[in-house]
Design a protein around this ligand. Sequence first.
Ligand code: PHE
Length: 359
Amino acid sequence: MPLPRGGAYNAGTMATDTVEQLHAEALRGLAEAADARALDAWRIEILGRKGRLTSVLRGLAELSIDERRSVGAAANALKAELEAAFDERAEELRRASFAATLASDRIDVTLPARPHRRGGLHPVTQMTERILDAFRSMGFSVVEGPEVELDYYNFEALRIPADHPARDMWDTLWVDETVDGRRPLLLRTHTSPAQIRTMEQQQPPIRVAVPGKAYRFEATDTTHEWQMTQIEVLAVDEGLSMAHLKGTLLELMRRLFGRERQVRLQCSYFPFVEPGAEVAVDCFVCSGAGCHTCHQTGWIEMMGAGMVHPEIIESMGFDSARYTGFAAGMGVERLAMQAFGVDDIRYFYQNDLRLLQQF
Ligand code: PHE
């Protein structure tokens, strides 16, 4: 039954639907609502408090009693029908979206698992362990010392007093604090203070290897870093000579770089050893012929070494006529660069996974 349009029947300016019109349009709209959002828009438009069905029902008041009866019955039937249709459509959409989720979220259990990344030891740590293993097997024990060190251990006790020109060999990072009221403090510039600390605590025969960080206040380049890892080696016993030093270091180099390696000792100066030496190994890339790795010299500088100065043996309370010692200090990063073919020392401290993943 058509409802009168406009006039008194319609409170607003919008034309009011007839029950039939609304019936047809509402059902079509409902069928077209493809998702929850469209469905909600439909509900507000048709069944909402200001919706089209509501305004039809409100408009009943304007009708004559007869019309009201028949149109009212039709409108109420439509309301029931549309509410039921809405519920049904809502359920249909809910099922459809559930089915879509099931289809898209499906886990294919036959797919290969994602690779699980495993951590690894840093190349410098690996190199440190290789070196320490070699020394352990030669009867050395591994000890450690503090990184924040007293001037006394880092310099004084190693025969490098405050005004000694040799201090220029180690640009020092000073620490503006005291420990037990003692100062001056510094970040150790080498692991050699461990020689003194060890001789204070042990009696000969002494054989220690001391790994640890050392720091230098200097500009960085491809072969220099302001932090580095060193391994100090100290042996004190009766009858030790330069030959024992050379034999020990030769054995180390052969284990690290192959049995055919040779070592070369060249005279050098460190205040705490006498004689002192710079130790080189023949280039394992060119075996001494000269190449890029060894800068055409055939040799690669590996560490400082020497016989513990007799004055230090004496000052530690040992008889220097009876006991002699040898010491060496090596830079682990330098050795790692050689062993792993890394051409810039700074790569080791940049935490770049492209480098680290290769180890
Ligand atoms: N400590 C020295 C350095 O860092 C190396 C060294 C150690 C030299 C032991 C001689 C003996 O340069």
